[in-house]
Write a protein that binds this ligand. Structure first.
Ligand SMILES: Nc1ncnc2c1ncn2[C@@H]1O[C@H](COP(=O)(O)OP(=O)(O)OP(=O)(O)O)[C@@H](O)[C@H]1O
Ligand SMILES: [Mg+2]
Length: 514
């Protein structure tokens, strides 16, 4: 075969579970090219990647790799041929060190003994490739922030022979600095002739990194074309089959009296003396760099961590409340929807309806017995409202695509009688169309008079939906901006204001406390 022949050829690939999820996929991949793979949640991106990576067996079709028939029996089988995959969900062992995780399948040994010295040296080299040289290779992975864990996962797949690399949402948890490092690494791999499949919901990234784009809709390829330059509307259109505007109308609503008052809240150097109010019917955004204390602030309000100082008051006139645990918070009508699906306690083997019911057992049970009809009706309502893509309310959550699992997490809380809703990165991993569905839900919640606090790394998202935005920097609330009175530059400047620049760039979130 020559360099002009495709590295990978996919012909008529399909996959059925209870229902078909992929059909008639024809695709080629050239050496040294980056192919962006995109599409709505549940469109089949991860499934197609897993078929190429040897983790899932196709129901129909066949593949060729380097000119020869390719039907990997397992992931290890694919890896032997140089096909590597960074999966959407991290697969690291938290109690093992970085070095051990990197070389898990292939520990350097001498006479049956693991050579610690060689392991450390090899790990240091692998870590330098992705800019992790400042870390000690003996650090347990569980102690790293989630962004660094993602980089370790990527480094692991760059070790050894790699001809084809699949990156399934590699940047969902990375900050701008780490994304840049990843892109440098991708450029180097391309020069070596490695082909890359790059999956992301961040359209601006796709345009930056890929030469071609393939779009999946409902398990079918609807477009494979050269990456359109400076035309994200076209990409969005291909993905969701409808136009999404730059603006959103959340509908008429009334912003009333303060519902939540936070006064002088602090914990160590993470959150320092933070005060703000959120009114009924209002969306209050919190912006800031990773590590600025955004998640920590929400956790303090929710009672997930104890505060060193400060107080909370609810309602009008403000009534001071003591919240020592999440159970207290829920009793007082405060909910926290976290960024971490696994940690949030989704029961993956259980059905969508059981998972949504979990937070709502009181309303669904009569004399201690769950009303299954009501449970199913509730699940159906949420599935419709958020367009959760599934075969029915009885499907196991573990079978849903990543983004649809996220919607189940949100759905669980929307039915509860909470007056104050705290959202931490609510649209992470969610496709552009579904994001707008979630914004519409936010509009609905504000019309019910609830107060919403939304943390997001996506500044444009906050500017789209918030009435006010508070900016945290190094744990302090530096400034609060009103809608119509902010600019992206001012918001960014505030995010950096609390640090000297170097600290800001090096800041990394602490590992979430279990
Ligand atoms: N093991 C399984 N059993 C049944 N259905 C499955 C299984 N794995 C995936 N599916 C279904 O296949 C469809 C495609 O899922 P996939 O994870 O490939 O989507 P995706 O495009 O990666 O979405 P996302 O953007 O949310 O990550 C979904 O409807 C999902 O529910
Ligand atoms: Mg996926």
């Amino acid at each position: 075969m020559t360099a002009r022949d495709p590295l990978l050829r996919v012909s008529g690939i399909g996959k059925h579970y209870a229902q078909p999820v992929l059909a008639d996929i024809d695709l080629t991949l050239m050496r040294g090219e980056v192919l962006a793979l995109t599409g709505e949640n549940g469109a089949g991106k991860s499934t197609l990647s897993k078929i190429i990576g040897g983790l899932v067996h196709p129901s129909t079709g066949d593949m060729q790799f380097e000119g020869r028939p390719y039907a990997p029996a397992s992931r290890a089988d694919a890896e032997r041929l140089g096909v590597r995959m960074v999966m959407q969900e991290l697969n690291l062992l938290p109690t093992l060190s970085i070095a051990e995780n990197l070389f898990l399948d292939n520990l350097p040994s001498r006479g049956g003994w693991i050579s610690r010295k060689r392991l450390r040296e090899a790990a240091t080299r692998a870590m330098a490739q992705v800019g992790l040289e400042a870390l000690d290779p003996d650090t347990p992975v569980g102690e790293l922030g989630i962004g660094h864990q993602q980089m370790v996962e990527i480094a692991r797949n760059l070790i050894g022979d790699c001809h084809l690399l699949i990156l399934d949402e590699p940047t969902a948890m990375l900050t701008a600095r780490e994304v840049d490092l990843l892109f440098e690494q991708i450029a180097r791999l391309r020069e070596r002739g490695v082909a890359i499949v790059y999956i992301s919901h961040r359209l601006e990234e796709l345009a930056q990194v890929a030469q071609r784009v393939a779009v999946l809709r409902d398990g079918r390829l609807v477009a494979v074309e050269p990456m359109p330059e400076n035309d994200s509307q076209h990409l969005v259109n291909l993905m969701v089959g409808r136009e999404l505007g730059e603006h959103i109308d959340l509908g008429p609503r009334r912003i009333g009296a303060p519902l939540l008052s936070v006064r002088g809240l602090g914990r160590a150097d993470k959150v320092r003396d933070v005060s703000f109010e959120v009114r009924s019917g209002e969306i209050f955004g919190i912006s800031g760099l990773i590590g600025a204390g955004r998640t920590e602030l929400l956790r303090l309000i929710y009672g997930a961590d104890p505060a060193d100082s400060g107080s909370l008051a609810l309602g009008t006139p403000p009534r001071e409340v003591r919240i020592a645990s999440p159970a207290d918070a829920v009793k007082q009508g405060i909910a926290l929807i976290t960024e971490d699906r696994k940690g949030e306690g989704l029961l993956l083997p259980h059905s969508i309806s059981a998972n949504i019911a979990l937070g709502n057992l009181a309303e669904l049970s009569r004399h201690g017995i769950i009303d299954h009809k009501a449970e199913t009706a509730l699940a159906q309502r949420q599935m419709d409202a958020m367009r959760i893509r599934c075969s029915g309310p009885g499907q196991a959550v573990g079978e849903l695509s990543g983004g649809n699992q996220q919607k189940v997490v949100i759905g669980r809380w929307l039915e509860r009688d909470c007056q104050v809703l705290l959202f931490d990165e609510p649209t992470r991993g969610i496709d552009v169309g579904a994001k707008f569905d979630i914004y519409a839900l936010f509009g609905e919640l504000t019309r019910q008079g609830k107060a919403l606090v939304v943390v997001s790394s996506d500044l444009r998202e906050l500017m789209l939906i918030c009435d006010r935005i508070g900016v945290l920097s190094a744990g302090r609330l530096i400034d609060t901006f009103d809608r119509d009175d902010w600019s992206q530059d001012e918001l960014l400047a505030a995010a950096f204001a609390g640090y000297n620049t170097r600290d800001a760039l090096l800041s990394e979130p602490a590992a979430p406390t279990p």
